[in-house]
Design a protein around this ligand. Structure first.
Ligand code: SF4
Length: 511
């Protein structure tokens, strides 16, 4: 009697050989099932790059598995999951099914129900592409806390993993180096040339598939340049560690017209589909610090994004879903601005940010937070609609990523669980941290008047709309005091200007 025949179901965001469902499996009795479902890809108007990435990476992963001696049942370009499952069961007759838990809330249950409809039970094993455990977060919550801050969680994870620790103390004597990491861009900065990802037949196949089935989705398949195999993702990471990491920290928050990447790694999409593990990247960053090839402020900033922020939002999501998704503490109801579809606006910062998103399905975190998210916050755009928009427009977007990032951090719709204050800013911040305002049709110094920057009136209107709530928040006391100190005519002019802008957004007009 051989081992019972087992199917291991691998989906498009589980492309890792650290998948615990694969660990220890007997290659002779196991068959790996992979299905491309067009119905899944139609659930949202996903950016074309996201679909190319997932279909190409699935095919590339299946190739790697076969080379490693696994048997793979691969169903390409199928309408849904159901029919391929029926065909697989008829051909292979598995006694049991195993899969890694899905990263988005409710999806594991949906897939289990599908398998159960064939009379087979499914054994679900924990997710393998994170560093922390549920206990890391829950233990901190249990210590009498109403909420756990990212900083508390991050320090716990630094101590637990030993990353960037010298014994019991953080490397360099500090937990963060943010003060060194907020340098505005200099004039005429030059950045490393983009890493060249080899031409892969699997990418060409995926481009043809997406062009055939999803012509109306945002973006274009042209110029797709993301890594889609483990080997290419490692090479992409090599380029970041050798050419960008050292200056990543200082210019982490800088924004430059026509330069989406600067010193950022752009590895998030490869991590979120499983091609890279966050721990291997953190360890690699630490080695760069220890061997003197990258400054500590940059390495700590990079480790903070993965070991701190990414792990934190994952744990917040799983701790607070499903009610977290529907939170709307600021009662924001306006639609997503109409130009978020095509980038057609006179606002230079928004135009460049949206160009990046349309071209690459990606923009770095400050472009997301302080250009696109900040505007939606000030304009009172509905959190759930904005979460959907970020989810389908970004190559690294999933429900687990975007719910805490958009509802929590960006739009403060969770009432202050993720961040104690809203990330609201006027044109001052954008003007300081970017070169956008120099070429804009709007004037960053003006708050009222025809060519006044929309961020300014909307910023003060936002403070005024939520004056009572923010007055109770010590971190918002200064802008509230500033607003209250203005004379009545100044307040009226600002609110009139903001009202005109908000009415345009509601009517679907462009700014
Ligand atoms: Fe953006 Fe205002 Fe600056 Fe124009 S002036 S780029 S709209 S912040």
């Amino acid at each position: 009697m051989g081992a019972p025949k087992t199917t291991i179901w691998v989906t498009g965001d589980q492309l890792t050989d650290r998948n615990p469902a694969l660990t220890g499996a007997d290659k002779g009795s196991v068959r790996i099932l992979m299905i491309e479902s067009l119905a899944w890809a139609r659930e949202r108007p996903y950016h074309k790059w996201k679909l190319v990435l997932i279909f190409a990476a699935m095919r590339g992963f299946a190739d790697d598995l076969r080379r490693g001696g696994w048997q793979v049942d691969y169903f390409a370009e199928r309408d849904d999951f159901e029919r391929p499952w029926a065909e697989h069961i008829a051909a292979f007759r598995p006694a049991c099914v195993r899969m890694m838990s899905k990263s988005d809330f409710g999806v594991t249950e949906r897939l289990c129900a599908l398998v159960a409809s064939f009379g087979i039970t499914i054994d679900v094993v924990p997710h393998g592409n994170f560093i922390s455990t549920p206990q890391d977060f829950d233990d901190l919550m249990r210590r009498g806390r109403e909420r756990v801050t990212m900083e508390t969680f991050y320090r716990h994870m630094r101590r637990k993993t030993g990353l960037l620790m010298d014994g019991d103390v953080p490397a360099g004597g500090a937990w963060n180096f943010d003060k060194q990491n907020r340098v505005p861009p200099k004039k005429n900065m030059r950045f490393p040339a983009a890493a060249v990802v080899p031409d892969r037949p699997r990418v060409r196949e995926a481009v043809a598939l997406v062009d055939a089935h999803f012509p109306g989705h945002p973006g274009s398949t042209a110029n797709f340049d993301l890594p889609t195999t483990r080997a290419d993702a490692l090479a992409f990471a090599d380029e970041f560690f050798s050419a960008r990491l050292d200056l990543f920290g200082p210019y982490e928050d800088a924004m430059v017209s026509g330069e989406p990447r600067l010193y950022h790694s752009r590895l998030s999409a490869a991590i979120n589909v499983g091609l890279l593990h966050p721990l291997e990247l953190c360890e690699r960053a630490e080695r760069a610090y220890r061997n003197g090839s990258a400054r500590l402020a940059s390495v700590e900033g990079f480790v903070r994004q993965l070991l701190g922020w990414r792990e934190f939002v994952w744990r917040v999501y799983w701790r607070l879903m499903p009610e977290y998704r529907v939170r709307n503490a600021l009662r924001a109801t306006r639609p997503v601005p109409v130009w978020y579809r095509d980038g057609e606006t006179s606002m230079a910062c928004q135009r460049d940010a949206l160009r990046q998103v349309l071209d690459l399905g990606w923009a770095h975190h400050i472009v997301r937070l302080m250009i696109l998210g900040n505007f939606a916050l000030l304009a009172g755009c509905e959190p759930q609609a904005m979460t959907e928009w970020f989810w389908y427009m970004f190559v690294d977007g999933y429900d687990w990523v975007m719910v805490p990032n958009v509802i929590g951090m960006t739009l403060h719709a969770d009432g202050g669980f993720v961040g104690t204050k809203p990330y609201a800013a006027s044109a001052n911040y954008i003007n300081k941290m970017s070169d956008y305002c120099a070429t804009c049709a709007y004037d960053p110094k003006k708050t009222v008047g025809e060519n006044a920057c929309p961020y300014n009136a909307l910023y003060w209107d936002f403070i005024a709309r939520h004056e009572m709530r923010f007055a109770e928040n010590p971190r918002m006391a200064l802008p509230v005091r500033n607003w209250r100190g203005r004379d009545a005519s100044s307040k009226a002019a600002i609110r009139t200007r903001a009202g005109e802008l908000l009415a345009k957004i509601e009517r679907g007009e462009r700014l």
